[in-house]
Design a protein around this ligand. Structure first.
Ligand code: HEC
Length: 160
């Protein structure tokens, strides 16, 4: 085997940045796919990342690291149960209790919600994951590919 052929094969076998990001995103133990669905994989507990996938790498990384929540509320059901969750949309038949990991689906519609109040306790788990700049770049590259079909490489400098 010549070196040229060997190098070509080695390169073919090395995962691309998008593939690395996909593996990290859907990692069973500490992934994002437990709460975000992309390309039909994962569970849609949190917001759809498709809209965000069109933004700059920096803006997406800020969304991942954000310590304030804009959707999650403390939801109190008429049954008395109370937990942090994204309030159910009009036609939704379940709501995810974010105090559990993985979040627990509870059968409830909008009509079952007694009240909602500001969330001060639940934090986006990605904040505690302490993602390295390389990991963040891989994740952002995957989100941009999966949501917006964008194959542009993302440099760790773009997500600082
Ligand atoms: C336990 C569930 C959970 C896990 C795990 C999780 N997220 Fe999230 N994510 C959420 C929820 C819920 C929100 C909405 C927070 C809010 O209220 O602003 C969110 C918000 C986001 C946003 C901002 C979306 C927007 O429209 O503002 C991005 C980007 C994101 N997550 C990416 C990730 C990535 C990447 C990972 C893995 C490293 C991850 N998330 C892990 C539940 C999760």
């Amino acid at each position: 085997m010549t070196w040229v052929l060997f190098l070509a094969l080695a390169q073919a076998a090395a995962p691309t940045q998008i593939e690395r990001g996909e593996a990290r995103f859907h990692d069973a133990a500490k992934g994002c796919g437990a709460c975000h669905a992309m390309k039909g994989k994962g569970t849609a507990v949190g917001p759809d990342l498709k809209d965000m996938s069109r933004l700059s790498p920096k803006a997406i990384a800020m969304g991942v690291r954000s310590t304030v929540t804009q959707y999650v509320q403390v939801v109190k059901l008429k049954s008395g149960e109370q937990f942090p969750a994204m309030p159910p949309k009009d036609n939704a038949t379940e709501i995810y209790d974010l105090s559990k990991m993985p979040p627990a689906a509870i059968k409830a519609t909008k009509a079952d919600v007694a009240s909602t109040s500001a969330n001060n306790d639940w934090k986006h788990p990605a904040v505690a994951m302490k993602l390295s700049p390389d990991e963040m770049a891989d994740l952002v590259a995957y989100i941009r590919f999966a949501g917006a079909n964008n194959r542009q490489p993302v440099s760790p400098d773009d997500v600082q």
